[in-house]
Write a protein that binds this ligand. Structure first.
Ligand code: ZN
Ligand code: ZN
Length: 364
């Protein structure tokens, strides 16, 4: 009998969050989670404000596609792409790999940069993001998961944002240890002033800059650089919860819903290797390999490790990965390593010693 099975508090946990949560030597839980992944029949309270706002974002965003293709000036297009990259890197390298999973450490200039990037796009403060994401991993694909993919594609993609957050999900968020997040003053500053800051950096400035810098029209800059960009960033991020929990292979763990999805990795800078990520969430690469064109977030972290702003990057040993693949993989081949350029291994001095991994004793 495992410790986890004996503990009522952990009876609905379906995923590891940090390496210390693992029960087995290959980083997994010992409990059978197949019965826990489900969606019970429930009534949800719709939040009409969100339904109307997100509908408008998508309608105006569609018009923005037309303007982007046929009317916007080249600097506006480039500006939109740069802002998309900034918002996405903030979510992937910042809110996700740094703050949700503590997969590496960052000095204050990098944390400030990531918060600044995050404020260019409206997808919650990094604190809010990280808290919900920790709940997602711990209770993945159950009713305690904010975007439970067992409830279907639409719910996992956007439906969860159109309803009042269920009280059980709120309670799970409150039950987590978030002391590391509360201790980060840059994170708390962003969280405290989030709506004022995101209004300025995500909406007002991206509208004004193209108008004053290269004489773009208001309609082009607002519909393209603000609304279309927001729609694309949000849908790309949401696709991790929907597409990468439903479609693709499960070479690392066939017992969990998350999958390997190359398309999601392209639009989300390396977040589509989601079966690996849920198997080993503390790995800064969120994939079996590091920085490449299919994992630009890892390349971003590695660049800052080389200049000293990121350190203690955590990885998983090839032996542990192999053990896990053999024990729980679905038999599909591991995706080929990108060949677009030579992958240079991270210097050992920048990586955290792998001996940090300690799993719980199974036997009482
Ligand atoms: Zn996930
Ligand atoms: Zn994650």
């Amino acid at each position: 009998m495992s410790l986890r099975e004996n503990s009522p508090a952990n009876s609905s946990v379906t995923g590891v969050l940090f390496e210390s949560d693992a029960d087995t030597a290959d980083g997994a839980l010992s409990a059978d989670i197949s019965q826990l992944k489900k969606a019970e029949k429930r009534e949800f309270k719709l939040v009409w404000r969100n339904i109307i706002l997100l509908s408008l974002v998508h309608l105006v965003g569609l018009y923005g596609v037309y303007l982007f293709l046929f009317h916007a000036k080249w600097p506006t297009r480039l500006f939109t792409i740069i802002l998309y990259w900034m918002g996405t890197v903030a979510a992937t390298a910042g809110a996700h790999r740094l703050w949700s999973h503590r997969s590496y450490k960052a000095k204050w200039p990098l944390r400030a940069l990531l918060v600044f990037f995050n404020l260019t796009t409206f997808h919650f403060s990094c604190f809010h993001w990280a808290r919900d994401h920790r709940v997602h991993h711990k209770y993945a694909d159950t009713d305690d998961d904010p975007h439970n993919s067992s409830r279907g594609f639409f719910f996992a993609h956007v439906g969860w944002l159109l309803i009042e957050k269920p009280s059980n999900v709120v309670a799970r968020g409150k039950s987590l240890d978030l002391s590391d997040l509360y201790a980060d003053r840059i994170l708390m500053f962003e969280h405290k002033y989030y709506f004022k800051l995101v209004t300025l950096l995500g909406f007002v400035l991206p509208t004004i800059i193209p108008m004053y810098m290269w004489n773009e029209s208001f309609i082009n800059t607002f519909c393209v650089a603000v609304v279309l960009r927001l729609a694309i960033v949000l849908n790309a991020q949401w696709s991790i919860n929907s597409v990468a929990h439903m479609f693709g292979t499960r070479p690392y763990d066939k017992n969990i819903n998350p999958t390997q999805t190359v398309g999601v990795s392209i639009v989300c800078l390396g977040e589509g290797w989601h079966n690996y990520h849920h198997a080993f969430p503390w790995d800064y690469r969120a994939a079996e390999w590091g920085g490449s064109s299919l994992n630009l977030a890892a390349a971003f972290i590695e660049f800052f490790a080389k200049i000293g702003w990121a350190y203690d990057l955590k990885t998983v040993s090839p032996e542990m990965i192999e053990r896990r693949v053999k024990r729980t993989g679905d038999g599909n081949p591991i995706d080929a390593m990108p060949t677009d350029h030579e992958l240079s291994p991270m210097p050992q001095s920048l990586l955290l010693d792998e001996s940090h991994f300690h799993y719980k004793q199974l036997q009482l």
